[in-house]
Design a protein around this ligand. Structure first.
Ligand SMILES: *Cc1c(COP(=O)(O)O)cnc(C)c1O
Length: 378
């Protein structure tokens, strides 16, 4: 018997708005095929306007590069330690290791699934009391677009005078009490990777309140070249600047960001309404004052077996879904890293599933997905 293979439904696929082509063509027409140029400048301006809150943006080759430079600008180096949300994608933590520093992983709380303030403080105190060193930075993540508890985290950061790198890779368009994510920490980062809410196929940005830090980031991202007619270097640099061709895609994408956020939030609403009477499926509501871009809609099933049952049923009819991020403290590569745990992120990883959430999904897709999930749970 031949089975009919239906069209693939992706977890989160690129969604062009239409004007990207125009800006990319301009780059070609004017021969600005370089890691700088008018598209890069205009893309940065557009990010700065959208984020607001006196924020400067430096466009880079990836979100990972942005975290690397943010930590470097905060002076993180060998023998330092950096506290990092355990429940995240590995790119949040890897740059700590690029700098020869030690990651310390901190578990999540249940209201936002992000950095737990109590455990964070425990981690800081433990470092100070047992090792006599104060961690150099905190990496907090607005995972899946849901803002972390910004006030609580900032209070602790201020109390101990530790800088916060705000990983907003998944949270462009999210807000905390009306203020844009990315502008709430000491420095912030964005990602424009292919699966994010808007994309340049690959890219990222570093966000800062200080113009000189933006300049320093661009200096480090362009091989740390001193001012001289010849090539002279007094510091180790990187090749991390964004291409002017890709920034053209970003300019076009920024024009449709609001629509993209709206579509993703509507996906979430659709799923939530559809399953509201189904006790087997839990959602993550927004606490008061928290506004998520709903980059990915996540659900929790009662246990691992049912989660897998749903995931496999979707897979069988060519629908991509994905378990929630596997926490960093459970990753083989970070097996030796210190961690402060309460079981929350491990539980989320065990029972959680990301549903297709692209802004280009149509009602027929959502119907196919929800019907399949329902049937798989009968
Ligand atoms: C995507 C992502 C990054 C890294 O961004 P890239 O542009 O892919 O390097 C960092 N942190 C989180 C939470 C992400 O989802």
């Amino acid at each position: 018997m031949k089975t009919i293979v239906e069209d693939k439904i992706w977890l989160s696929s690129p969604h062009m708005g239409g004007t990207e082509h125009k800006y990319v063509s301009q780059a070609f027409d004017t021969n600005w095929i370089a890691p700088l140029g008018p598209n890069v400048t205009a893309f940065e301006q557009s990010i700065e306007q959208t984020i607001g809150n006196s924020t400067y943006a430096a466009c880079l080759s990836s979100g990972t590069a942005a975290i690397h430079l943010a930590l470097k600008l905060l002076g993180v180096g060998p023998r330092d330690s950096v506290l990092c949300q355990s429940f995240t994608f590995s790119a949040s933590a890897n740059p700590i290791c690029y700098l020869g520093a030690e990651p310390i992983f901190v578990d999540s709380e249940k209201e936002t699934w992000n950095l737990c303030p109590d455990l964070l403080e425990e981690g800081i105190k433990d470092s100070i009391n047992k090792k006599g060193i104060k961690p150099k930075a905190i990496i907090a993540v607005h995972l899946y677009g849901m803002p972390y508890k910004v006030d609580e985290i900032n209070q602790i950061a201020e109390k101990y005078n530790i800088s916060v790198v705000e990983d907003s890779a998944e949270a462009l368009g999210s807000k905390y009490h009306g203020t844009s994510c990315g502008s709430l920490g000491t420095m912030g980062i964005l990602s424009f990777n292919g699966n994010k809410i808007i994309t340049t196929s690959g890219g990222g940005a570093l966000l800062t309140k200080e113009e000189n830090l933006k300049e320093k980031a661009i200096f480090l991202a362009t091989q740390a070249r001193d001012q001289a007619p010849h090539y002279q270097h007094s510091e180790i640099g990187h090749n991390y600047r964004m291409s002017n061709v890709l920034a053209g895609i970003g300019r076009g994408q920024m024009e449709v960001l609001k629509e993209r956020v709206r579509a993703r939030r509507l996906n979430y609403e659709y799923y939530q309404k559809f399953f509201k009477d189904n006790d087997a499926i839990e959602f993550l509501d927004e606490p008061n004052g928290f506004y998520s871009n709903r980059w990915l809609t996540c659900i929790l099933l009662p246990n691992f077996e049912l989660r897998e049952q749903v995931r496999k049923a979707l897979e069988r009819i060519n629908i991509e879904s994905r378990p929630l991020w596997k926490p960093m403290h459970l990753q083989p590569v970070f097996a030796d890293a210190p961690c402060f745990l309460n079981g929350v992120s491990q539980d989320l990883f065990t029972r959680g599933l990301c549903l297709p959430s692209g802004s280009n999904l149509v009602v027929e897709d959502l119907e196919r997905i929800t019907t399949t999930i329902n049937e798989s749970l009968l």
